[in-house]
Structure formats: structure tokens, C-alpha cells
Design a protein around this ligand. Structure first.
Ligand SMILES: NC(=O)c1ccc[n+]([C@@H]2O[C@H](COP(=O)([O-])OP(=O)(O)OC[C@H]3O[C@@H](n4cnc5c(N)ncnc54)[C@H](OP(=O)(O)O)[C@@H]3O)[C@@H](O)[C@H]2O)c1
Length: 329
């Protein structure tokens, strides 16, 4: 049964490897959603050489109009039912703080807020049983002693305007944005489970930690010596250290969660290849709610899943039967 899966940041690192694993199943149409069309086309070309069915659509998560335009462009394509959205794109900025087009701090804006908006806008497009997977990081959890600063969540409003300079605040904004991914996964899963709409109820939402994956583009704002170590020294750790993975290994795991056998879970955290507990802070419901409500305000969406989200556009275009067939038993 043909189905479509969207992978944000599918041109590079984990996103590319996930897209590669997904496109190995020729029933899947993989839409790689990227801010740089040239890089995206290059990646798509590689995946097509392996026989994958791959489409490219432009998406810049640092711009809300770009996210809306992506959704419009997606709807204008004739694609098989949408079975999954992999919210993977993201970055870590240890250089000068940056802002999104709307003026929000960019690590928060791209890693969290852009994906929040994308996931909510695409709810009407998801087929029954569809999956949304947020890529987070074990660096959100101080117990893991990853060497990264602990996240600091006071309010979403404070995070959206935190432009404190320096490498350490930059890293902290990253770990906090990954905490936001978990809050969003849990909160969205709860909203969907409580929805009166059976299609929304059937959508599964999870958070996925790929572990440390040296060699990806994540370290691009680090000083040259650390970038060298990231690309040429640290990959040796994948041979013996727990939860240090090649992008290919984590990409296969992510693809399984986003579209495969583990996907019946919802509102769960997966790390090192299995479901496990996320940090104590990530279970703080008041903070998750603050993030949910503030993010709705910052993206001009209703705080509740509006009745409009229940209107499944594929109802009218003859693809509903395919969509229904995707629903998990
Ligand atoms: N590498 C690790 O050790 C590690 C560990 C835990 C979690 N993660 C998570 O894994 C995910 C993927 O990271 P990676 O390590 O694979 O790094 P990567 O190779 O740098 O990939 C990041 C992807 O995100 C895209 N991206 C960045 N900003 C964007 C924007 N404004 N709009 C759209 N796309 C944007 C990048 O596009 P460009 O190519 O155009 O820059 C790239 O495709 C991230 O969420 C990261 O937090 C990574």
C-alpha cells in the first residue's frame, strides 16, 4: 500500500539516513523537506539511484510563511496518503545568537516552534493511524552526563527571547529546545488521544533520541579543532560506547519508529533503540502546557485542536479508502 512520509532536514545527517531507510521500501514516497533546494535535490538524486520514490519540497523552519507555503505545496501535490511526519531538522548554534523571521530566538524557533507549527498544520492531512515523530536528544537529560549543559525551562516566552551571547548559552538553548520537543510530543499525544475525532485519536506521536552521532552537520558552528574531532576522531566511539551511533544506524531506528513495527506506541520516548523514561524535568506537565499554549499564541493557532483540524482533506479526493487502510488495528 503506497504511503507518503515527510522528513524535515532529509538532505543531511540523520534525516538523510532516515529518508534512505524509508525509501528502501518502494511503497513509500518520501518527501524531503529542506530549506536549501539544491542540497535537497542532490540528496533526492542519491536516494532515487537506489530506486527510492522521493519528492523534494522547500521548507525553512525559521520562517512561518515558509511553513505555511510548504503545507500548501504539499497539498497541491498528488501523493499517496500521508502516513508520517518526521520532525528531524535542527541545529545547534554556539556562535552569535540568531532570530527567526518572526524575531524568535532561532534554536527555539527552528528546533521547536517551526516543528510545532508544521505538525499542527498537517494534522488534517494525516491518514488514520499516521505517526508524528519528534527527534529530540538525550542531552535534554542531565542524568545522562553527556557533557552538555542542563536545559533551563522557565517560560516559553523567556526562551523565545533569550539572546544571551556565548557558547555555553548556545548549547543550553539547544538542550532546552530538545526538552521542548519532548514536551510537544507528550502534549500533542495527549490532545489527540482526548479528541472526539477517531482519526485524530488514532495518530501516534513519539519522541526519538538518536544518541550522539559524530560526523553530522550538527557541529558546524563549533571551532575548527572541535569540528575536526567531531568528523574524524569521535566516530570511533560508535564502535564501543553506548548510545553513540552512526547516522545510518539511528536513521534505520528512526524509520522503524516513524513508519514501522514500533509505531503503535504514543506519547513515549525512545532512546538507544528502545522505549525508556525521559528526564524528570520532561515530565513537568505545567511546563509542557505553558509551552503548548505559548507556542499556539506565537504561531497564531488556537490553543485547543480546533474542529477544523478534524476535516480530513483526503475525504473528498477519493483517497480515503487508502487512508483508512493505513489505520492500525
Ligand atoms: N548529531 C548528533 O549527535 C545528534 C544527537 C542527538 C540529536 N540530534 C538531532 O538530530 C537531528 C538531525 O541533526 P543531524 O545531527 O543530522 O545534523 P545535520 O546533519 O546538521 O542535519 C540537520 C538538518 O536540519 C536542517 N535544518 C537546519 N535548520 C533548518 C531550517 N531553518 N529549516 C529547515 N531545515 C533546517 C539542515 O539543513 P541544511 O543542510 O540546509 O543546513 C539539515 O538538513 C536534529 O534534530 C538534532 O538535534 C543529533
Amino acid at each position: 500500500m503506497a504511503k507518503t512520509i515527510v522528513v524535515t532536514g532529509g538532505n543531511s545527517g540523520l534525516g538523510f539516513e532516515c529518508a534512505s531507510a524509508l525509501s528502501a521500501d518502494h511503497n513509500n514516497v518520501v518527501v524531503i523537506a529542506c530549506r536549501d533546494t539544491a542540497r535537497a535535490n542532490q540528496a533526492a538524486q542519491k536516494l532515487r539511484q537506489g530506486g527510492g520514490r522521493v519528492d523534494v519540497l522547500c521548507l525553512d523552519l525559521s520562517s512561518q510563511p515558509s511553513i505555511h507555503a510548504f503545507v500548501d505545496a504539499f497539498r497541491a501535490r498528488t501523493l499517496p496518503p500521508l502516513a508520517g511526519i518526521v520532525c528531524n531538522a535542527g541545529g545547534q548554534n554556539v556562535g552569535a545568537p540568531a532570530r527567526t523571521a518572526e524575531g524568535f530566538e532561532a534554536t527555539f524557533g527552528v528546533n521547536h516552534l517551526g516543528h510545532y507549527l508544521l505538525a499542527r498544520l498537517m494534522l488534517p492531512d494525516l491518514a488514520p493511524g499516521g505517526r508524528i515523530t519528534f527527534v529530540t536528544s538525550n542531552t535534554h537529560d542531565p542524568r545522562q552526563k553527556t557533557g552538555m549543559p542542563a536545559p533551563r525551562y522557565e517560560t516559553a516566552e523567556a526562551l523565545a527571547h533569550d539572546l544571551e551571547p556565548g557558547a555555553e548559552p548556545g548549547k543550553r538553548r539547544y538542550t532546552t529546545s530538545k526538552l521542548c520537543n519532548i514536551y510537544t510530543a507528550y502534549e500533542l499525544a495527549g490532545h489527540l488521544a482526548a479528541s472526539p475525532d477517531p482519526r485524530l485519536q488514532s495518530i501516534r506521536v513519539n519522541a526519538f533520541d538518536p544518541g550522539m552521532m559524530p560526523g553530522t552537520g550538527l557541529a558546524q558552528t563549533y571551532p575548527p579543532v572541535l569540528r575536526f574531532a567531531w568528523h574524524y576522531v569521535l566516530p570511533v566511539l560508535t564502535l564501543f560506547k553506548r548510545n553513540v551511533n552512526t547516522p545510518a544506524r539511528s536513521g534505520r531506528r528512526l524509520a522503524r519508529l516513524a513508519a514501522g513495527s514500533e509505531a503503535n506506541a504514543t506519547g513515549k520516548y525512545f532512546s538507544d533503540g528502545h522505549e525508556t523514561l525521559s528526564s524528570a524535568l520532561s515530565l513537568d506537565r505545567a511546563k509542557a502546557l505553558d509551552l503548548w499554549n505559548s507556542s499556539a499564541d506565537m504561531t497564531r493557532l488556537p490553543r485547543d485542536l480546533s474542529p477544523a483540524s478534524s476535516d480530513h482533506p483526503t475525504k473528498t479526493d477519493g483517497r480515503l479508502n487508502l487512508a483508512v487502510a493505513l489505520a492500525s488495528p
